[in-house]
Design a binder for this molecule. Structure first.
Ligand code: UDP
Ligand code: MG
Length: 250
C-alpha cells in the first residue's frame, strides 16, 4: 500500500481521468484492469470517465459500469468537443489530491500508474515516457518532428509530451490554462508556472480495439500551430513573488 504521509487522511487520494470517444470495446477490459491495479494499492480512488460525445454505444456501457462499480463516475458531453475539453471536465470533477490521466484505448497498462505515484509526492507533475512506442510509422514520425520543433521552440524538457499517462498534484491542474489542443502541452504549461516535474518510462501497446482519432492534420499541424500560443504564454505568464516581510498572506 502506497503511503502519502503529507496528505490528510480524510480526502480522496487519487482520481484517474480518462477521456472516451468511441472506445466501446475497450471499456470493460480497461475498467477491470484499472480497478484491479489500484484496489488495495491506493487507499482510495475514483475513475472518472468523460464521454466526449461517443456515438458507438460507449455512453450506455459507461453508465452500466458506473452502476456496477462505486469507484466509477461518468460524465457525458452533448457532442464531441475534443480531448482537451474532456480532460478539463475530468479535472473539474476530480476530487483526488492526486490526479492521474490515462487514455481509453488500452495503449497503456493501468498498473503503470503505480510506477508514477510514489514520485508524485516529490514532484508536482510526473510524466510517463513511452520509450518503446507501439504506433504506426506515420504517427511515430510525425511525433518525432513535433518533438524536435517543440523542444527547439519551448524547451519544455520532456521526451514525450503527448504521453497521456501522467500524475498531477491537484494544485497543478488548477493552474493549467486549457484551450483546444493544449493537452499536448501539459508539461510546458506546468513548467511556465515553475512546477517541478520528472519522467518515468512506461509500457505502450498497440490500440486494442477501435481507431485512433488523430491523423497528420489534427495532430502534427495543429500542434505546430499551438506552439505559437505556448510560446506566447511562456513570455507573458504572470509570475510574482511577495516580499518576505509581507505578513497578511493566507
Ligand atoms: N479522445 C477524446 N476525444 C477526441 C479524441 C480522442 O476523448 O476527440 C480520447 C480517445 O477516446 C482516447 C484518447 O482520447 O481515450 C486518445 O485518443 P487516441 O487513442 O485516438 O489518440 P492516439 O493514441 O492515437 O494519439
Ligand atoms: Mg491511443
Amino acid at each position: 500500500m502506497l503511503e502519502y504521509k503529507s496528505m490528510s487522511e480524510s480526502t480522496l487520494r487519487l482520481s484517474v481521468v480518462i477521456p472516451i470517444y468511441n472506445e466501446r470495446d475497450n471499456l470493460h477490459p480497461l475498467t477491470a484492469q484499472t480497478l484491479k491495479a489500484l484496489s488495495g494499492q491506493v487507499p482510495s480512488f475514483e475513475i472518472i470517465y468523460v464521454d466526449d460525445g461517443s456515438t458507438d454505444g460507449s455512453a450506455q456501457l459507461l453508465d452500466q459500469l458506473a452502476r456496477n462499480h462505486a469507484e466509477v463516475r461518468v460524465f457525458h458531453f452533448d457532442r464531441n468537443y475534443g480531448q482537451t475539453a474532456a480532460f478539463d471536465a475530468g479535472f473539474q470533477q476530480a476530487r483526488g489530491e492526486l490526479v492521474a490521466t490515462l487514455d481509453g484505448d488500452l495503449q497503456f497498462d493501468p498498473r503503470d500508474i503505480l510506477k508514477l505515484l510514489p514520485l508524485a509526492t516529490q514532484y508536482e507533475l510526473v510524466c510517463g515516457w513511452r520509450r518503446d512506442r507501439q504506433d504506426t510509422i506515420v504517427k511515430r514520425l510525425s511525433s518525432r518532428i513535433a518533438n524536435f520543433v517543440r523542444n527547439a521552440a519551448i524547451h519544455d524538457g520532456v521526451h514525450d509530451t503527448g504521453c497521456s499517462l501522467k500524475v498531477f498534484q491537484r494544485h497543478v491542474i488548477e493552474r493549467l490554462p486549457l484551450f483546444k489542443g493544449m493537452h499536448r502541452f501539459f508539461p510546458a504549461l506546468a513548467k511556465i508556472h515553475g512546477f517541478s516535474m520528472t519522467e518515468v518510462p512506461v509500457s505502450h501497446y498497440n490500440r486494442a480495439h477501435g481507431q485512433s482519432k488523430y491523423g497528420i492534420g489534427n495532430r502534427l499541424f495543429s500542434s505546430l500551430y499551438d506552439l505559437i500560443a505556448v510560446r506566447w504564454m511562456q513570455a507573458r505568464c504572470l509570475r510574482y513573488i511577495y516580499r518576505k516581510d509581507q505578513h497578511d498572506l493566507q
